[in-house]
Design a protein around this ligand. Structure first.
Ligand code: MN
Ligand code: MN
Length: 305
């Protein structure tokens, strides 16, 4: 299993991978695979545009909400759910380029009532909680009980649905396993465990649907994660599926980033990524891993690499 520096580097690659997938996928969000093919043949460059008319290298709610969680954790050097909720409020007030309706409803619910969990709702099986799992995966590395608590608490600020919960737990644990050096068989086994509990997530006969429904989101991510052999190929496959492409890209980038590690993140994409976002993601990722139970057990100071 990886040494200390390798685990940290993979944590950083996971958060960067999320931002890259978001920036790459924003271009093809809500397009169909046919429309993407007609316009780009294959979409493989970070060029911005899309329905949000975003600048090349800029990111959307997926990365921004992840950073909001990261800031709340690192500012307190501990998990304070109220701080996470407040950080979401601050983000919403910053007039983000995009915000999902379930997310907006959840944040408004907190502002109005101070409640830190929305009521269970059969319509909350969107991917809005799963897309922001990277910070919790990094911060709670090495303590699964803590991970489960933080994971579900952050999720239910806006989404309270068994399929969203299961998706959040699974992709967070896959990210952690990949950081610690898991191979693709181990990651695949984790998807089988999810599918044993929730057969909806079965992706053997992938049907190409990539909507904001968290089941379709994970099927898309898993399909490309296990049928490709590089970070770049995985992400290109995902975002060319269209649909909720920035979010499938973000979640795929989070797992694939940890799995393939920093050297596999395409340089041409990293160069395009908004430098402010890149810098903050790198600083936050390091800080989050330093705060983790895993880092606590490592002997000696955690090197900043
Ligand atoms: Mn987005
Ligand atoms: Mn999206």
């Amino acid at each position: 299993m990886g040494d200390t520096a390798d685990v940290i580097a993979r944590g950083r690659a996971s958060f960067l991978g999320l931002a890259l997938g978001d920036a790459l996928g924003a271009t093809t969000e809500f397009m169909t695979p046919g429309e993407i093919k007609a316009q780009f043949k294959v979409h493989r460059k970070i060029i911005g545009g899309g329905w949000l008319r975003i600048k090349a290298g800029h990111v959307t709610d997926d990365t921004e909400m992840s950073l909001a969680i990261a800031r709340a954790i690192t500012a307190n050097e501990s998990w304070k759910l109220e701080a996470v909720a407040q950080s979401f409020v601050d983000w919403m007030r910053s007039k983000p380029i995009d915000i999902g309706s379930t997310v907006r409803k959840g944040i408004r619910n907190f502002m109005r009532t101070g409640e830190l969990e929305v009521a269970a709702n059969e319509w909350d099986a969107g991917n809005g909680a799963a897309m922001r799992m990277a910070p919790v995966a990094l911060f709670a590395l090495g303590d699964d009980e803590k991970f489960q608590r933080c994971c579900l608490e952050q999720a239910r600020l806006t989404h309270n649905h068994p399929l969203s919960d299961a998706a959040c737990l699974c992709i967070g644990r896959m990210t952690q396993a990949a950081m610690l050096g898991a191979d693709r068989f181990e990651l695949h086994k984790m998807t089988r465990e999810l599918i044993a509990d929730h057969p909806n997530f079965q992706f053997n006969h992938y049907d190409g649907q990539a909507s904001g429904y968290v089941v379709e989101t994970l099927r898309t991510v898993f399909h490309y994660l296990f049928t490709t052999s590089s970070f770049e190929e995985c992400l290109i496959g995902i975002v060319n599926q269209g649909g909720d492409a920035d979010t499938t890209g973000a979640i795929g980038g989070m797992i694939a980033g940890a799995f393939y590690g920093p050297d596999q993140l395409p340089k041409k994409w990293l160069k395009k990524l908004n430098p402010e976002v890149r810098r903050e993601v790198e600083v936050q990722a390091l800080h989050l891993v330093q705060l983790s139970p895993w880092a606590d057990r490592e002997t000696g100071p955690v090197p900043a690499r």
